[in-house]
Each structure stands twice: as C-alpha cells, then as structure tokens.
Design a protein around this ligand. Structure first.
Ligand code: C5J
Length: 224
C-alpha cells in the first residue's frame, strides 16, 4: 500500500519511487551573518528554525531512497547571468558580487554560496545551481525530474515566500504535486511565512499541500 502524508487541505497518497525531496537554498549566504540575506537588512537567525526539521526529513528521505535535490541561488563570477534589475535593486550594505566575510556575495564557488554543513549534500544527490528565485528557471531541474519520472515534490527551504514559493508555483504549473514542509521553511518575515504557506493550501490546494516534518517523517518511515 502506498504511504499517505497528513497535509492541508487533505491527506496525500504518494509513491516514493516518483517522489523527490527538494531543499531550496539552505546556503550560508542566507542563513549566516555576513551573507546576502544580511546585506539586505535581515535578521538571518530567523532562518535557523528550518534546519532541524529539514535534517529530520532529509534523513528519512535518504533511508526511503527518495531522489534528493538541493538548490543554490547564486551567480557566475563574471555576473553574466545576473540581470541588472537584480544587481541594482535596493540599498544593500554590499551588492551581489561585492566582497564579504564569506567571499563575494551570492557568487558560485564562494564560501557563502555553500549549503550549511548540517544539510550538506552527499554523493548521488542532485545539486541545482540557479540564477533566479524559481528552481526551474534557467536550470536542468525539469529534465532531471522527467528522467526519474518524478510526479510529487516535497519542498522545503528558504525563504518561504520567495524561492520556495516561486519554485512551487513553477512546479505546480508543470503538473507536479507539491507538498510544502511547513516547519522546514522559514522567512525573515514570520508573517510572510505564515501567509505564504496559507496561500499554497487555500482554495482546495491552489498550489499544492502543506504538511510538517513530523508528518513527512512518519509517512516516509512507512515507505521503507
Ligand atoms: C531570496 C531565496 N530571498 N532563496 N532568495 O532572495 O528565497
């Protein structure tokens, strides 16, 4: 019998063979002082709440043999994939590409671009580098998922209303069933986190489902 995840607006039956865990942008640049998130004036400690729940789901997903995808937002060192509209926006303390305590801000290969050590990818897991907010834009994520016949995405990471939301919207339009892991997502703005999750499950699940790490771990435990 296929496992079922307790979720809002309704329980969801899923096939582990066609389900992927997608972990969005759990990078030092967003979670640690001195990175991109802090240059924008954010309290980066707020994102730490997502780490233990993601760790728990990641361990369960690894045991259950799910496809695991990690994404990283960032740009090429020459900034050729960073549109001026993104580079020039706002009044950060340091712009994308400028030097910082973790290397150049939001640049691939720099220490700040790395995934936090607690959630570091292991051999065989997919790492998608993306220049935008959505994980499908200008990446081969769609091809990776098609090759594995993936139909359901368990999505977590940061930030809820920006890269997690954009990715779920992109995936929903592409026909994937998306389950946001509520406590495995976080935002610099707690109200945006709360409303962002509510928007996903509203109207009968207009973008997908919202679940929790405990519910996912339980469902994945039954999938082994
Ligand atoms: C942002 C992201 N917030 N990963 N990126 O700029 O959500």
């Amino acid at each position: 019998m296929l496992p079922v995840i307790a979720a809002d607006p309704a329980p969801l039956t899923f096939d582990p063979a066609t389900t992927a865990l997608v972990i969005i942008d759990m990078q030092r640049d967003f979670l640690e002082p001195g990175g991109f998130g802090e240059t924008l004036g954010n309290d980066v400690t707020l994102l730490q709440t997502a780490v233990p729940p993601i760790r728990a789901v990641l361990a369960a997903a690894r045991s259950a043999g799910l496809l695991i995808v990690h994404t990283r937002e960032g740009h090429k060192p020459d900034l050729s994939d960073a549109p001026p509209a993104k580079l020039e926006r706002g009044t950060p303390t340091a712009r994308i590409g400028a030097p910082g305590p973790m290397g150049r801000i939001l640049i691939r290969g720099e220490p700040g671009h790395a995934i936090v050590p607690e959630l570091a990818p292991i051999r065989g897991e997919v790492v998608i580098d993306k220049p935008g907010k959505g994980a499908f834009y200008a990446t081969d994520l769609g091809a990776v998922l098609s090759a594995r016949r993936i139909a359901t995405l368990l999505v977590c990471g940061v930030t809820t209303e920006v890269c997690v939301h954009t990715t779920i919207r992109e995936a929903n339009d592409r026909g994937y069933r998306c389950v946001a892991i509520g406590d495995g997502c976080a935002s610099y703005r707690p109200e945006f986190h709360r409303v962002g999750l509510a928007m996903i499950a509203a109207q009968g699940g207009i973008f997908g489902w919202v679940s929790s790490s405990a519910a996912e771990v339980e469902a994945l435990g039954g999938a082994r």
